[in-house]
Design a protein around this ligand. Sequence first.
Ligand code: GEK
Length: 240
Amino acid sequence: MKKDTVYSQPITQVNRFRFDATVADVFENMINRSVPGYPLILDLIGVLTEKYAMADTNCYDLGCSLGAATLRIRQHLPQSCHLFGIDNSAAMVERCRANMARDHSQASVAIIEQSLQQTKIENASIVVINFTLQFIPDAERQAVLQRIATGINPGGILILAEKISFNNIEKQDLMTDLHHEFKKYQGYSDLEIAQKRAALENVLVPNSEQEHLQRLRQAGFAESQLISRCLNFAAFLAIK
Ligand code: GEK
């Protein structure tokens, strides 16, 4: 796993964060050292796929990056299922396809370079959107969830994981601070943390737990709940 040093040197003008080849090359290391609870969420995706995947249905990983969640889904699917990994970064898609080719699970998989807003969701039993809705313009998020809910069969699920915000300012400040402490603990310098934060400003826009639960309800899920929270990173399970 190549170490993430993308923001380790001083940058005069920090540009908007992009999922380009430089990021894709170190992404596994970056996400593991930046998102507290990420490995647990991957485990939960495996557990929930095992329980909720239905034969002869489609499954989707929207914003699949290198395919870490895609692989977890695939390794727990019946052979008759078909899995789609969707990402709009060419660099991610290329590396994700290579990662899928090395996996020999039975269920078929297609990795598609596409904006997830364009993805047709149909006959689905499992949809995963792992830390990606936060990069979609806020005004488009309800419509995305609506289309996902419509494409999921009764009894199927959406697993949504996101960085979250807090309405209470003291709690927000504490969680932001603890997240930075987590990153320092993972070996990132103050400079790396500050430059990455500047790059993500207005690119990664989080919502609160309440906003997510309300959106999921409005999208048509019968039942939605928080299944994991580690500092300001949360995962929700929504059942159709
Ligand atoms: C994991 N799920 O390892 N359409 C499709 N893909 C998009 C879009 C869009 N509109 N916007 C951003 N992306 C993964 C981690 S990373 C999360 C997901 C993070 C893609 C983008 O190219 C990137 O690969 C991914 O969403 C977000 O479980 O970096 O925090």
